[in-house]
Design a binder for this molecule. Sequence first.
Ligand SMILES: [Zn+2]
Length: 559
Amino acid sequence: MRTAFWLSGVAALVIASVLAAQERPGSPRPEVRSARSRPALDEIRGNEIAAHVQFLADDLLEGRAPSTRGGDLAARYLAAQLALLGYEGGAADGAYFQQVPIVETLVDTSFTLTAGPGAPFRFLEDVVGGSGIQEPQVRAAGEVVFVGHGIVAPEYNWNDYAGVDATGKIALIMVNDPPATADEPQLFGGPALTYYGRWTYKFEQAARQGATGAILIHTDESATYGWPVVQAGWSGTQYAIPAVEGAPRLALTAWVTDRAAREIAKRGGHDLDALRRGALMRGFKAVPLGIQASGTINQTVAQRTSPNVIGRLRGTNQSEAVIYTAHYDHLGMRELKPGEPPDTDRISNGATDNATGLAGLLEAAQAIARARTRPARSIYVLFTTAEESGLLGAAYFADRPVLPAGAWAANINIDSLNMAGPSRDIVLLGAERSSLGAIASQLAAETDRVVGPDPAPGRGYFFRSDHFPLAKIGIPAVSVGEPIDFTGPDPAASKRFWEEYNAKRYHNVDDEILPSWNYDGAVNDMRFLAELGWRVANLPAKPVYHPNEQFARPRAVTN
Ligand SMILES: [Zn+2]
């Protein structure tokens, strides 16, 4: 012990004198200076990622569901690792945990929707519904107004609520974006889905307009999935965070089938197809249908709590920061089905989704902490809870973001690492939306890589992980996606690996650690992302959304 201590003391003296020599004034050593001010990227290693994943994806953690013993164990582990790396607690009062209240509601299947004269619409068969008000019984009633796509988008000079007072009304709304036209091929992102097209936006906007309820019209084409998906999504327990005090809320949030929507329009004396055609054009005017709709939501309401884990490495300027995110929750355990043997695997380990992301982010956090200088802006690491139940941990953080929304230079989100082998491309969803993309592309060019495009912009993946609530408050954000340009000895095998994962393992009990995992791609990507965050933390100016981006606006307000 004593010898080792003495030796390390000598080593420290030697290192200190070498450093002192390098820093002598009048001997410019730019290469040394740049080496000193970089994250320790070669300390990001596959065996260390594997070690973290071994713990976090273990059966003992029972699938890391929020507010379960396994989920809490994961949170404790992550906080301990952050502390070991020298990150202090980044939540209020220097704590590592930001407690997130999660409200669970289950709507009684007796729910029906009445609209005008005629039989009420039945739960699941014609309509699914819930409420933005988390009380055991909520009554909603109001006149039905067809509001087209229900969009207010100044940058496209589009306002479906123009000239109508939606206060106390029930809005009947089409999902997806209005289509681009020959004259305006980039209207609403062209073939890409904008956030204006997402069903969550439709509810948010109707609430902002003062509506008492909103009914979305389902079609296979506009939703990109069938009615059974809507039924399944809305028939079980629903999860939400409590509404911010004073924020507008809808008493009724519902979807109806196309058939039911046609019937509602007919009862108001209108043809739904004609209404929809009118809504494709700028200047559309909302159409009051002259009939009342009403429904009573009876629901059980329960509240739980689960922590976000937040660590902070102080920069020299602590009033601004870069934030990394990765969700630690997963789907937990399913019930044993009748007839299944008791030792059936019921645990969704979430090894890829998102134990790899947690492990990779711990490695990046380590590389940054072991740089020999502090970054200019602080570095925050946020391990979120309840991503799988609707980005709730991230949404709660976005409501209470520790620093003002305008203080965050960028968010880098990691949801599942690439375990299929090295790739030239690193797909960063959202890179094209802000100047963060150009910074990433510059870094890629220096490291013989490319920033790959969103492989399916029509599917709206940018809206489906934890960076998105942060983007909504104006923080330039990117999220790592699935690569396509594999560079290992057998690129076709890497492609097959991803296909198999998406088809069989994703959100299934089979998302486990595999002997076939190749850590090279994950290591390359995390080195890239550690360097990216470091650069952004040290740039003179913060990245910004491009002026026509939907997410540029809240920033302009909060800055
Ligand atoms: Zn995930």
